[in-house]
Design a binder for this molecule. Structure first.
Ligand code: G3P
Ligand code: MG
Length: 251
């Protein structure tokens, strides 16, 4: 059981097949499609505010250009984060993490993925600290998983907030050859997250035997979803949460 549920339907960047990723529109739709959890990506604006955006550059998913970390929150809020997807979503904005948490509380679980590009050597006032402060302010320690590909992030989050669940995102270059259960234990994480390409029966068995729940990204086909459910995944990240919800309900 994870968060009192047998399995988590996780909307990857929101319901991002049908709405622009990491926008409130995508999160609202994920909720309507009965996802258990939304996944979102967090970085910092130039004035140090946690904002929800995946790419390090603005060019593909907004009408802005260049690195997101060069823009203040006020400047980012002027950008259109929906038109690239379709005219129907014109005017969608890049959300602050605080806005999403405010909406999600008591409604839907949240996986906050801290992007490695936003991680700094400054542990005291970095993105991990700012994120945990927000989670605490909203009283959501039991409603989130904080994850990252940078293992410093995982360890810092646990130091700042021991009660919160952390998810270690498998990073091939860093972790090559390691047993997945050991990586989780070494970094005091609670969940293991990886691509469906990076897990087979052997690693799944190690994780299951060590009672480490694992969550798999990003699957949009029922064939692969079924395979990951069979090897014991506790949840799946998908751009199509409606599809996964129907599959789980019919299991
Ligand atoms: O957190 C799971 C998944 O989102 C990690 O990859 O690049 O989609 O953020 P990415
Ligand atoms: Mg992500």
């Amino acid at each position: 059981m994870v968060f009192g549920r047998k399995f988590l339907v996780i909307a990857h960047r929101g319901a991002s097949f049908d709405a622009p990723e990491n926008t409130m529109a995508a999160f609202h739709l994920a909720h309507r499609l009965q996802a258990d959890m939304i996944e979102l990506d967090v970085q910092l604006s130039s004035d140090g505010i946690p904002v929800v955006f995946h790419d390090s550059k603005l060019d593909k998913k907004t009408n802005g250009t260049g690195r997101i970390s060069n823009y203040s929150l006020e400047e980012l809020k002027m950008l259109d984060a929906g038109s690239w997807f379709s005219d129907a979503f014109a005017g969608e904005r890049i959300p602050r993490l605080a806005e999403v948490l405010n909406w999600a509380k008591d409604k839907i679980l949240v996986n906050i993925e801290i992007k490695p590009e936003a991680v700094s050597d400054d542990a005291k006032d970095g993105i991990e600290k700012k994120t945990t402060v927000l989670v605490k302010d909203f009283g959501m320690e039991n409603e989130v998983i904080i994850s990252g590909f940078d293992y410093r992030t995982i360890r810092r989050v646990k130091e700042f907030m021991p009660a919160v669940h952390t998810g270690l995102l498998y990073h091939r270059e860093v972790s090559k050859g390691s047993d997945y259960d050991k990586l989780v234990q070494q970094n005091k994480a609670d969940f293991f997250h990886c691509s469906w390409r990076e897990i087979g029966e052997r690693q799944a068995k190690l994780l299951n035997n060590a009672n480490v729940p694992f969550l798999i990204y990003t699957l949009n086909s029922t064939k692969l979803m079924k395979k990951m459910i069979r090897i014991g995944a506790s949840g799946i990240f998908t751009d199509k949460p409606g599809l996964l919800r129907r599959l789980i309900n019919n299991e």
